[in-house]
Design a protein around this ligand. Structure first.
Ligand SMILES: [Cu+2]
Length: 475
C-alpha cells in the first residue's frame, strides 16, 4: 500500500464517522425548524460526488419511495444509486439539475429554500419534475418534501456546495497476475494429449491508485494463465464465456498452425463454451489473445497471455522463471485521473495510449508483485508484448542479458551479452541472466517516457555484497 493510500484510509477512518455523526445530529435534531444558516464547508469525504457533471454542472436523479415504513428519497444512478436521502455534493457555482421521479403513488415534491427553489407536486406514479438552480453559495443546505409531515417523517437530505468538486476516487480488486505464477518445467516425456480450460471474465479492476477500469480477461487476471505444452502435443483448448459477460470473446494462439489461430472456430457468446484441437508443431514462446472485433479493444482491455511450447528435452534448467507482459491502455481521461476510466476508441485508433503497464496495472510488478531472486541465481523472464500497437525495448537497469532468445525463437542460437531487446506487438523474447550483485533492479521499456505512464517493474536481489564487481568509491 502506498503512503498516500495509507493516509487516506487513516483519514477516512478517523474523520468520516465524526462528520456523519455531526450531519445526522443536525438533520435529526431540528427537523421542523427553519433551514439552518449555512455554516463552514464540511470536508468532502462523506459526500456522494455528482452523479454526472463537471465543475460547471451537476445532475442527480431521486425517486420517492418507502424505507422502513417512512417516505424517503432514493438516489438513482452514479455514486448515489440506491442511497436513501443521499447527500448531494456539487462544486460552488455549478448549474444543478435534480430530477425527481414519483415512485410510490403518494403526493410529493422537493424544495431547497436556500436557493428559492421548489418543484411542482407529483401525484401519479412515474410522474417527473426537474429542479434547476445555480449553487451560488457554499455550505450545507437541506432539501425536503414540503407536503405536511413528510419532512418530519424522513423525506429530507442535504445538498453540500463545496469550493471544488470532490475527486471521485475508485477502488476495485487487483487483476494483476503474479509474475511467479507459472507452471514448472514439464517432466521429460513424449508428446501427449493436453486439455486447457480457459474462461473469459469481464470485471472491474484497479488500474492505478484511485483509478479503475473494466478489464476483459482470461480467467480473471492479466495476463491470462501461462500455458505450457511440449512440441508434438495434441492440445485441446476449451473456452467458456461467463454468462455475465457483455461481449463475445475468442482465442487465437500464435502457436497454432491453422486458420485464424483457432479464432474462427472459437467465437464464444456469453454463457457458451467451445473447444478446438491443434497439434503444437513448433517449439517457441507464443502470444495468445482474444480475436473478436474490434480485436485491438479486446487486447487493450487485457485479453492476452502466452503459451510456451517446450522443445524436445525441455529448456535448460534455471533457478527462477518469471512471466511478464507489457501492454498499453487507452482511456478517455489522461494518465492519473482518479475514478473509473472507459476505453477511448479514438485514442486506440490513433495509437495514443494513456497507460503503459506490466501485467495489467500501474505498480503491478513494483508495488504489488516485485520479482525476487538471490545473488548467484540465474533468472529467466518469459517476456511478451501484448501491444496492441507499440513495440517494447525491454531492459533491466544494471543487468546484461547473458542470453536472449530473440522473438521467442527457442531453437535458434541465443544472442549473448545484450543490453535491451526489441519485442514487437504480438511477439516475445526469452531472456536469461545471472545475478552477481544484490540490490534493486528496475526494469522497463527503454522508451523512457512510458515509465512515467505506469511502465516500471522491480527485481529485488538479495545476497552477499560483491565489492570485486561493484562498490562505491575509487580503488
Ligand atoms: Cu475478448
Amino acid at each position: 500500500m502506498t503512503q498516500a493510500s495509507k493516509f487516506f484510509l487513516i483519514f477516512a477512518a478517523l474523520v468520516v464517522p465524526v462528520l456523519v455523526a455531526l450531519l445526522v445530529a443536525t438533520a435529526t435534531g431540528t427537523p421542523a425548524m427553519p433551514a439552518p444558516t449555512p455554516g463552514a464547508m464540511p470536508a468532502g469525504h462523506d459526500m456522494a460526488p455528482a452523479a454526472t457533471g463537471t465543475a460547471g454542472s451537476a445532475a442527480f436523479t431521486l425517486r420517492t419511495g418507502i424505507d422502513a415504513g417512512r417516505p424517503v428519497y432514493i438516489g438513482v444512478g452514479g455514486a448515489i444509486d440506491k442511497v436513501v436521502n443521499p447527500t448531494l455534493a456539487v462544486p460552488a457555482g455549478a448549474a444543478v439539475a435534480i430530477t425527481l421521479i414519483n415512485g410510490d403513488a403518494g403526493e410529493h415534491d422537493i424544495a431547497i429554500p436556500d436557493f428559492q427553489s421548489a418543484s411542482e407536486h407529483l401525484r401519479a406514479t412515474g410522474a417527473q419534475t426537474v429542479l434547476n438552480f445555480t449553487a451560488d453559495k457554499v455550505g450545507a443546505f437541506p432539501y425536503f418534501c414540503t407536503l405536511p409531515g413528510h419532512r418530519e417523517s424522513g423525506m429530507a437530505g442535504r445538498l453540500v456546495v463545496g469550493p471544488a468538486a470532490t475527486p471521485q476516487v475508485a477502488h476495485a480488486p487487483s487483476i494483476v497476475r503474479d509474475p511467479a505464477d507459472l507452471p514448472a518445467p514439464l517432466a521429460r516425456r513424449g508428446p501427449q494429449a493436453v486439455e486447457i480450460h480457459l474462461e473469459a471474465v469481464e470485471l472491474e479492476g484497479q488500474l492505478a491508485s484511485g483509478t479503475t477500469y473494466t478489464y476483459w480477461t482470461f480467467n480473471g487476471q492479466v495476463p491470462g494463465p501461462f500455458l505450457r505444452v511440449r512440441v508434438g502435443d495434441m492440445v485441446t483448448v476449451y473456452l467458456k464465456n461467463r454468462a455475465d459477460s457483455h461481449m463475445t470473446h475468442s482465442i487465437d494462439l500464435h502457436a497454432v498452425t491453422g486458420p485464424d489461430g483457432g479464432a474462427g472456430l472459437m467465437q464464444v457468446a456469453p454463457g457458451q463454451e467451445k473447444a478446438f484441437t491443434f497439434k503444437a508443431l513448433y517449439p517457441g514462446l507464443f502470444v495468445y489473445h482474444c480475436a473478436t472485433a474490434m480485436v485491438a479493444s479486446h487486447l487493450a482491455s487485457g485479453m492476452y497471455g502466452m503459451i510456451l511450447v517446450e522443445p524436445e528435452g525441455g529448456l535448460p534448467p534455471v533457478d527462477r522463471e518469471f512471466y511478464v507482459m507489457q501492454s498499453e491502455l487507452y482511456t478517455d481521461q489522461p494518465f492519473g485521473t482518479p475514478g473509473h476510466q472507459n476505453l477511448s476508441t479514438d485514442r486506440l485508433l490513433a495509437e495514443q495510449p494513456t497507460y503503459f503497464v506490466f501485467n495489467g496495472a500501474v505498480g503491478a510488478l513494483s508495488d504489488q508483485h516485485p520479482l525476487h531472486a538471490q545473488v548467484g541465481q540465474t533468472v529467466r523472464i518469459f517476456f511478451g508484448d501484448a501491444g496492441p500497437n507499440l513495440p517494447s525495448s525491454f531492459h533491466v537497469i544494471g543487468a546484461v542479458f547473458d542470453r536472449v532468445y530473440n522473438l521467442g525463437a527457442l531453437e535458434s542460437p541465443p544472442l549473448t551479452n545484450v543490453q535491451a531487446v526489441l519485442v514487437p506487438p504480438g511477439g516475445s523474447a526469452m531472456v536469461e541472466f545471472g545475478l552477481h550483485v544484490p540490490g534493486h533492479y528496475m526494469f522497463m521499456d527503454h522508451a523512457m517516457s512510458r515509465a512515467e505512464q505506469g511502465l516500471k517493474g522491480m527485481l529485488e536481489v538479495t545476497g552477499p555484497e560483491a565489492p570485486d564487481i561493484f562498490r562505491a568509491g575509487g580503488r
